[in-house]
Design a protein around this ligand. Structure first.
Ligand code: NAD
Length: 269
């Protein structure tokens, strides 16, 4: 069996380290490179030292070009600016690009769509099986309950998270909007402060909590007159996202160029 070669970008980060462990545990993949920013204090160290395992022979570098030219897959959980740049490089190198980065602007999304005309890209604000299944349930509940039920999405993450609402909250919001046959951007209320007035009809509201080491909690609340339904997901370990990313890479390898989501990978569409 030929193993797919994998490069991890943002390899010194929380997800980067978790991805390194997931790739090493997957016999269909072979880790060939690890990249982080040039000012990363871990640059030049063996990846094994970062993840607490033995020496791997993979040293953390900061130059994407030689790594991208010799890989089949790029796993990317970094920052929006980095991900947009990597999308172009991965497309040039004809590598599968798995994007977990969140907080992308509409302009960033457009650039990634452009790269996907020539490349296989799998992008999701949440790579876990559970959350993607939850999105399907939210879509069905929103369609079945109709506009008399107000939809609110609550999320909590660790204190280091830099974007809000979370990519997962937005993914769940889009699922709810689809269920209702509306566009999320037209109905989203992403924050509230001061004299906001009454809740607009049909709004999908978001609330974000930050603190401690929470990996990721999400609740979708359907609040009707006299009753309330809540659908919840609790991520207990980052490895669920890394396993989803590994699965996405293997799935995408023999697909045509295009922009795919985890629902495609998991056969949930
Ligand atoms: P982190 O800050 O721990 O790690 C990000 C890493 O990317 C850092 O090591 C940083 O130095 C590196 N990086 C940034 N710019 C770079 C560049 N230009 N070149 C090379 N490396 C660069 O953050 P994290 O908790 O690992 O999360 C990373 C991203 O993944 C966030 O956007 C987060 O929301 C997202 N995330 C997504 C999922 C999912 O399932 N889709 C799950 C968890 C986290």
């Amino acid at each position: 069996m030929t193993q797919l070669r994998v490069v991890i970008v943002g390899a010194a980060g929380r997800m980067g380290r978790t991805l390194a462990e997931a790739v090493r545990a997957e016999p269909k993949l072979r880790l060939v490179g690890a990249l982080d920013r040039s000012d990363c204090p871990d640059r030049g160290r063996d990846l094994g030292e970062l993840t607490g395992g033995g020496q791997t022979g993979i040293v953390l570098t900061d130059d994407p070009l030689p790594l991208f030219a010799n890989t089949d897959v790029v796993l990317d959980f970094t920052s929006p600016a980095a991900t947009v740049a990597f999308a172009e490089l991965a497309a040039q190198a004809r590598a599968v690009h798995v994007i977990g980065t969140t907080g992308l602007s509409a302009e960033d999304e457009e650039k990634i769509r452009a790269a996907a005309r020539h490349a296989r890209i799998v992008k999701s604000g949440n790579m876990s099986l559970g959350v993607n299944l939850l999105a399907g349930l939210v879509r069905r509940a929103a369609a079945a309950l109709g506009p008399d039920f107000d939809i609110e999405i609550l999320e909590m993450h660790h204190r280091h998270k830099v974007d809000a609402p979370s990519g997962t909250a937005l993914l769940l919001g889009r699922a709810a909007a689809e269920g209702r046959g509306v566009t999320l951007d037209d109905v989203a209320v992403r924050s509230r402060d001061g004299h906001t007035g009454a809740r607009p009809d049909g709004a999908i509201g978001f609330a974000s909590l930050r603190g401690g080491s929470v990996v990721g909690d999400h609740s979708v609340v359907f609040a009707g007159a006299g009753e309330r339904i809540e659908l919840n997901h609790r991520a207990e370990d980052r490895s669920i996202f890394a396993h989803g990313a590994v699965r996405a890479a293997i799935w995408a390898f023999d697909k045509k160029p295009g922009l795919y989501g985890m629902a495609d990978v998991l056969g949930l569409r």
